[in-house]
Each structure stands twice: as C-alpha cells, then as structure tokens.
Design a protein around this ligand. Sequence first.
Ligand SMILES: [Zn+2]
Length: 344
Amino acid sequence: MRKWMCLLFAFCVILSITALTSIYSSAVGIEISHGDRVFIRGVKSGKYIDVPGGTLSSGEKAQIYEGNQSLAQQWDIYMFSDGFFLIRSALNNRYLLSVNYLESSEGGAAANGSYLILEYFPDGTPIPSRAIFTTVAYNQYGVSKIVNKQSLLQGTLKYVEALYGATGNETKLVQWDTYSTVDTAFNQYWVFESTNRMPSYGISHLVDLLGHCDYSGSTKYQALFNRGVAAWNAYMGTNRFRQDTNLTVNDFTIQDETVASGNPNATASTDYINKKVTFYTSAMDALDGDVIRQKVVMHELGHVLGLDHSSQSGGNIMNQGGFAYWTSLALDDKASYNYNIVNY
Ligand SMILES: [Zn+2]
C-alpha cells in the first residue's frame, strides 16, 4: 500500500488495497435488521444508550454513557416485517426499551418528556406500541432518528433524545417533538453500530522506532492540524506526534497542493513511501467548515498511525463517509489504535 487518498463525503478510493478490504467485510453495517446486536450512539454526545449500572430492573430509566462495549450498551434488534422493531437488552432479552408515559408531565404516550425506560415483558406477553420503535433516516451515513410507535399512532411523532440536550454520563433519555436547527445540533440523532467490529489496522505506518511521529513542513490548515495532533496525543496519553526539531528524525512532512492528480475530489492523502501527508486546498476549502476540515486532519493522522479505514460509521474519524460534524475519536477509532499500537 503506497498511499491513502481520502475523500470524505465521496466514494472511498483506496489505492492498492482492494484485497485487504475483504478482511473487514465481516463488520456489519449500521442499517439494522432482525437479529442484529448493536450499540446505539448519540450523535451529539458521542455516548451510548446504556442500562444504568448494568443491572436491569423494570421501570428504570435508560441513560447515555461513555462507550465501554459492555453488555449494558448492547441491544438486540427484533425486527417485524413492517420495519418496526423492539430494542431488547443484551443482558436479558425480556427487557425492552419502552416509553414510560405514566411519568410524563402531560400524560399519554405521545407526551413530550416521557422517559425511556427498561420495561420487563414476561414471555408470551403482547408487546404494546410504547415498546416498539422505528427509524427515520437522516442521511446516507446511517444517522437516523428513533421514533416511538405509540406516538406515531397518536399522530404526534416523538423522537428519542437526551434530556435537555445534555451530554454527560447518566443523562436520561426522553422523547420529544422535532424542533430542528438540526434538532439542536443532533440531540435527536442516533447511529446503530454493530458490535461485531474488527480492529481496522493497516499494514503501514509512519511511527518511528522510538514510537514517535515527528513532522516537518506546514499547511494552511496548521491551526486545525495542531488541534488534531493535540486530540490524538491526548487520547494516546503521550506526545507521539511532535513537531520535528534538529534533535529528532523526521518521520513525515506535511504540505499542501491545490488538487490531487487524477482525483479532484480528494481532500487529503497519506503517502507511506514518500512519508508525506498532503492536503488538497481546492477540495479542503470546499468543505463545509473547519469542523469537517479538522476531521480530515485527524483522519490522516490516523493513517500516519497505521489505521485503516473503518467500516463503522457513528462518528468514527477513520470512517470515510462518517458523520461530518464530529471531531472526537470514537469507539472504533480507539479500538483500531489500541490494536494497532502493538505493531509499533
Ligand atoms: Zn483515508
């Protein structure tokens, strides 16, 4: 593998790596179907729908919590033929996510502010609409809203969201009307991630024998680059990325070019042979804002560390088509790094 050409929001062009992609194909996509076991990640918070304390009790409120891959954050999808589905706890499939309309301020399952709870249904119990959901797709990257069926039947669609838009651990979940400006920065948006993930490790990297990635050169996106470096270093717990000095060995160079030859939509590339990360200013400048540009930067730094493209959406930096407005490392990014580090 010589070079990654990275196109966010375009087709994934991977040079000389066709054979490798099959290795990752066992990672399930995020369009849910019957029998899938999934994590459900909030786009705004980056946190996962979670059973508090990992202990089920009927009536307990569901919450969001930082990803830890435990069974408390795993959900089994039971899909009906009409596309509606149950969200069953992997801890015990008789516990379903449900809307607790009895606690709502206004009464009735269609009320704003009704909490999402874990509700126990003994075997053979008919499942009421309050424990049945469907999704409304938001974009092609697998981001969707989760709608409660009871609210739909009552004609006032309510969407699952974190209470008051909070993003902290243990924030409870409620249902609410749509209220947009993309529902106050994605509080009503969710991504289903397969638990059948595989580490997305590459076969090359630009990490030197001392475990550093010392860079020289510069880019017009330097401020974003520096932020990306800081974010990766913070996660890694070490300043693996460092600006090159005359006391260090240069591991790679950063530079800008106007446009990628043969690939005008490419935003950036990582070239392992020539040890270069190139940003293509034409495509970069066309992106919708610095948040997305910073994501591109962090994505290339992932390649420098040897990370492959991730098949997992849900805000993963290493997912080519990943959700754009997100610059924190996500679960699969971290898993990929944690796996890859043994190769340094
Ligand atoms: Zn890439």
